[in-house]
Design a protein. Structure first.
Length: 165
């Protein structure tokens, strides 16, 4: 289900790759006025062609020595962010640094509610990795997260499992 790279299924025999298109489409229907946002170019390249709605995406600026994200530049339909809800879509959420930078930038641009879809959510997101707290516990940032139970076995009031295996 939604592998991070095309290399993964290429290394295995008899693999059928399942797309998260249905789950994301359900969120688009639930939040019809929301703008799709892909937090990095990788998720944008994998997912944008599955939908016919406007979108924006993040371009990470990294310190290549430390591997830390220094900032995130927004591309695409930037003019549609202010005053709108956003559905951020990615394949995996670990500690939350990419989504934090994206969410911070979207909020600075006037976004309302931020909903997150990730195909695979690690329990590590519940740890105090961003400013000493979980990404989900930063006030006025993430409204709700949606994921699968592929690897997530934690519990948080802002996370809802919408696909089970």
């Amino acid at each position: 289900y939604d592998p991070h790279s095309s290399v993964t299924p290429a290394l295995l025999d008899r693999v059928v790759v399942e797309s998260p298109q249905y789950e994301i489409q359900q969120l688009i229907q639930q939040y019809p006025d929301a703008l799709l946002f892909f937090p990095d170019e990788g998720s944008m390249k994998r997912l944008h062609s599955l939908f016919t709605v406007p979108y924006a995406f993040g371009v990470k600026v990294r310190d290549w020595e430390s591997q830390k994200i220094e900032s995130l530049r927004v591309a695409g339909e930037r003019h549609m962010i202010a005053g709108h809800d956003i559905i951020m879509c990615d394949d995996i959420l670990s500690r939350g640094s990419t989504l934090y930078e994206a969410a911070r930038e979207l909020k600075e641009r006037g976004a309302n509610n931020l909903y997150v879809w990730v195909s695979h959510c690690e329990k590590t997101v519940l740890g105090p990795h961003i400013k000493g707290v979980s990404l989900l516990d930063i006030p006025n940032l993430i409204t709700k997260g949606y994921t699968t139970n592929s690897i997530f076995n934690g519990d948080h009031p802002k996370i809802e499992i919408i696909k089970r295996f």
